[in-house]
Design a protein around this ligand. Structure first.
Ligand code: BTN
Length: 247
């Protein structure tokens, strides 16, 4: 991963550039990096704060030869890789909130956005966008995000080398990706479960079909989360948003 890098000082979004490169045949492992994004995108149509020189704003082209329904597994894999790299690199209490947000002390430090193209039910390519807030200070965030978002610097009280973090992450990501290609999703799901900070705690999910309350208890092999309802039944959720933990 990252043997080919397209580096930019300022872009709208690294996702757009990586998608264009993927469309024109960029190889697996092609990385797009930017110092600053003016229109950084998050999940659910949200924007992503990406000030100059303060974070890892990157998108990676992947070309796994797998069916389209495996795409969510690759976002979970990416979150596990980043979480493991950061745990090794810092002593912060970092964990994963389903599906792929990294949290430190309840606040979001990183997000992952996966966009894919398919052909005949198989993935043609995936563009995995990763945003990691490294050296942002509170002044970099809009007021309304301060209780939800944080950075490594705010949490640890020191400045970090983005290069060193990126190198550790790319190495871990590639290792887990190879494991996924060889053994499938199960070993990755187990790692995800052990890093999750949200399993076992009752929470409200907002799904396209409405709200649902329950205790997340693990991952399915598909990448869906298993949620135990109050009546004991278990529902598997794919596309849902997880609310705050319930008292
Ligand atoms: C989320 O949690 O909502 C996902 C955030 C993803 C942000 C990254 S930053 C690099 C890449 N380019 C974008 O525009 N978005 C992703």
């Amino acid at each position: 991963f990252g043997k080919k890098i397209s580096f930019h000082e300022q872009v709208k979004s690294t996702q757009d550039i990586a998608r264009e490169l993927a469309e024109s045949g960029a190889p697996e492992g092609q990385l797009v990096l930017a110092e600053e994004q003016l229109g950084g995108r998050g999940r659910m149509g949200r924007s992503w704060v990406s000030p100059q020189g303060k974070g890892l704003w990157m998108s990676m082209v992947m070309r796994p030869n797998v069916p389209i329904h495996c795409a969510p597994q690759l976002t979970l894999l990416t979150a596990v890789a980043l979480c493991r790299a950061l745990k090794r690199h810092t002593d912060l209490p970092i964990g994963i909130k389903w599906p792929n947000d990294l949290l430190v002390n309840g606040k979001k430090i990183s997000g992952i956005l996966l966009e894919s193209a398919a052909e005949d039910e198989r993935l043609k390519y995936i563009v995995a966008g990763v945003g990691l807030s490294v050296n942002l200070t509170e002044a970099d965030y809009p007021e309304e995000l301060l209780d939800k978002a944080t950075s490594l610097r705010i949490q640890a009280g020191r400045v970090w080398s983005r290069k060193a973090i990126m190198a550790a992450f790319l190495k871990e990501w590639e290792t887990l990706y190879d494991l996924f290609l060889q053994e499938g999703f199960r070993p990755i799901a187990s790692l995800w479960e052990s890093l999750s900070v949200t399993l076992g705690k009752p929470v409200r999910f907002i799904t396209p079909q409405g709200e649902l309350t329950g205790v997340p208890i693990g991952l399915e092999d598909s990448g869906a989360i298993r949620v135990q309802r109050e009546d004991g039944s278990v529902t598997a959720l794919f596309s849902a948003e997880m609310g705050e933990p319930l008292p």
